[in-house]
Design a protein around this ligand. Structure first.
Ligand code: FES
Length: 319
């Protein structure tokens, strides 16, 4: 596709191997995705997630579909799909279980958790159980080091894990029990469902739960208790200072639901909101400065399928 008009209205590719109904649906979705970008090729990453939402991995049909819609060669699409580990080259399990084994999580037990799951499930890194339920991965830092060691299930957080709690989570997943993340969303969706979210189609769960829990806002709480403040910013020329002020929200402004940082400010509504170690706001429910957060759902064999004991997840960015 080479014109702006075509960028906004991708035609239906003919050589993908998808049946007519599937192709029409994917093409309509592609139309929405491509329309978000000034150049069609910029839509490749969400398009690959769209393919995964259909096929469970980046299939040959999906590569052809992306190439034809975005006016790229299959080789160009493959080059991108094989660069990022979030794009799967063979059918993925219903749940991607990613154990962080980066520095801090490894020190706090991440390696033991991975080894436990690997032995328990009988699979290694980037392998899937025979029943197709779980794909196990070592993952890099999930930006949740304050809850180390961290495990993710389809990019939803399971904080403060132990080998036993992690084993409980994967058993519940395989037995079809409800599994509740320890922070964020109050449920875990399937890999295909999450892939559709990553393609840019909301599932309505983005504002569930508390994103910034107790451990995350502990420094803020401590500073307020102690009356600590940052040094004042250096004087700025009048013009640039006025411009900077215009870009900043009022200090006491309360974000509306769905706005940036709204999760940390909203009232408790979901099971994940009331779990331990999370805070409804930076001023409330944050553990005392010297208080250590309790591990989340340690024996998750039962806890993940009943009342949530802690918090939940997010989506991971491209790695
Ligand atoms: S090292 Fe594991 S979340 Fe940062």
């Amino acid at each position: 596709m080479s014109t702006d008009a075509q960028h906004q209205h991708p035609t239906a590719p003919s050589g993908t191997g998808y049946d007519e109904v599937t192709l029409a649906r994917l093409t309509a979705d592609a139309h929405q995705i491509v329309g978000r970008y000034p150049q069609a090729r910029s839509a490749l990453l969400p398009m690959l997630h769209l393919v995964q939402s259909e096929d469970g991995y980046v299939s040959r049909s999906g590569i052809t579909f992306c190439a034809e819609v975005l006016d790229l060669t299959p080789a160009e699409v493959s080059a991108v799909a094989t660069f990022y580990t979030q794009y799967k080259r063979r059918p993925n399990g219903t749940y991607t279980v990613g154990v962080c084994t980066n520095t801090l999580c490894a020190i706090m037990g991440g390696d033991e958790i991975f080894d436990e799951l690997s032995e328990h499930l009988g699979i290694g890194h980037d392998e899937t159980t025979e029943d197709g339920a779980v794909t196990l991965e070592r993952v890099e830092c999930n930006a949740a080091c304050d809850y180390a060691p961290v495990m993710m299930v389809n990019w939803e957080f399971f904080d403060d894990q132990t080998p036993a709690s992690a084993r409980g989570v994967v058993d519940d997943l395989r037995f079809g029990k409800d599994v509740v993340p320890t922070r964020g969303a109050s449920s875990v969706c399937t890999f295909k469902q999450m892939s559709r979210v990553l393609a840019g189609f909301t599932d309505g769960r983005a504002d569930e739960g508390v994103g910034a829990g107790g451990a995350t806002v502990r420094g803020t709480r401590l500073a307020r208790e102690k009356g600590w403040t940052a040094d004042p910013a250096p004087e700025q020329p009048a013009e640039s200072a006025a411009g900077a002020e215009a870009d900043q929200p009022a200090a006491d402004a309360t974000p509306s639901t769905g706005a940036e940082q709204s999760s940390a400010e909203r009232t408790e509504e979901t099971p994940a909101d009331t779990s331990s170690g999370t805070a409804a706001s930076a001023d409330e429910a944050t553990p005392a400065a010297d208080e250590k957060s309790e591990p989340a759902a340690q024996d998750t064999t039962s806890s993940t399928s009943s009342a949530p004991t802690t918090s939940a997840p997010t989506t991971e960015g491209e790695r």
